[in-house]
Design a protein around this ligand. Sequence first.
Ligand code: TXA
Ligand code: MG
Length: 321
Amino acid sequence: MATIGSDVLEAARLLMNGELVAIPTETVYGLAANALNEEAITQVFVTKNRPFFDPLIVHISSFQDIENYAQEVDRSLEKLMEEIWPGPLTVLLPKRSILSDIISNGLPRVAFRMPNHALTQELLSMLPFPLVAPSANPFKYISPTSAAHVNQQLGDKIPYILDGGNCMVGMESTIVGVENGEIQVYRKGGFSIENLEDIVGKKIKLHHSTSNPAAPGMLDVHYSPSTKLIIGNIPNLIKKYGDQRPAILSFSEDYSHENHIDSCMVLSPSQSLDEAAKNFFGTLRMIDDQGFSLILSEFVPEEGLGRAINDRLRRAGTVEY
Ligand code: TXA
Ligand code: MG
């Protein structure tokens, strides 16, 4: 089993050795490897059971790294990086050839992110290379927001989990890039579109097609629990599926007093979308582990981090009204 601890030196030693280490970030835990070591990068795909067409994010700790590993940076992206980093934003930039094609699946752009977590920043600034780090979950399963989550599924495959506590944001980073001079959002995430628009000073386009090769990782099915999940109007769904004794995952209302319902998890009783985002993956995982045959859930308001939550819900289950 993996050792769980907060020894940054030990994490650095293993990474220098070409081994994999799970690292905390403000969004979700990542499965990190030396971004300049092709063998280590290959191990990331193998360990996660992830197809090679799904490209990886390169994690950095300084703007100098951008000069070293990316080519020219669009002015509007530079502004976002300066305002938001370190933080839950990933940018697609033309890559330098020093970075292997297996990181970006041969695409001309590679994803970069400067995570906002003290331990991981300390680790990155100690290392002579950046780190590739996908979320530290088996391919298609729920993303981990604590060291214990990582240990549950990857504990027997990696030597060390750097424990930085529970992730403060709880949703993966928002991914942006520039196409034809316009900023585009490729993945809704832990930095809200409203706040991005405030910085840019105009409306931002959402990249719609989920099967577009520009963002091959945005698969239709993802973030899924093992238990069947149906999203819709909870009272209606209870009427229809109540006899199956489903578990409920709700935004703010408690349905545990309803007939047939033994378990209802509430994401944010005070209706805070930030709190709901922070709790989302952990709560879904907890329900998934309780052995119910069905989970009923609902969309949250489509604003702020609610947009990222709804995106994850849609990929995790089926919608029914
Ligand atoms: O918050 C996060 O971004 C977390 C933490 C660990 O940093 N990482 C993360 O990585 O969510 P991952 O591998 O689970 O998701 C990365 C996604 C890919 O699935 C893909 O959609 C997109 O980023 N991506 C990466 N490189 C890309 C590229 N060159 N072009 C288009 N999309 C890319
Ligand atoms: Mg992921």
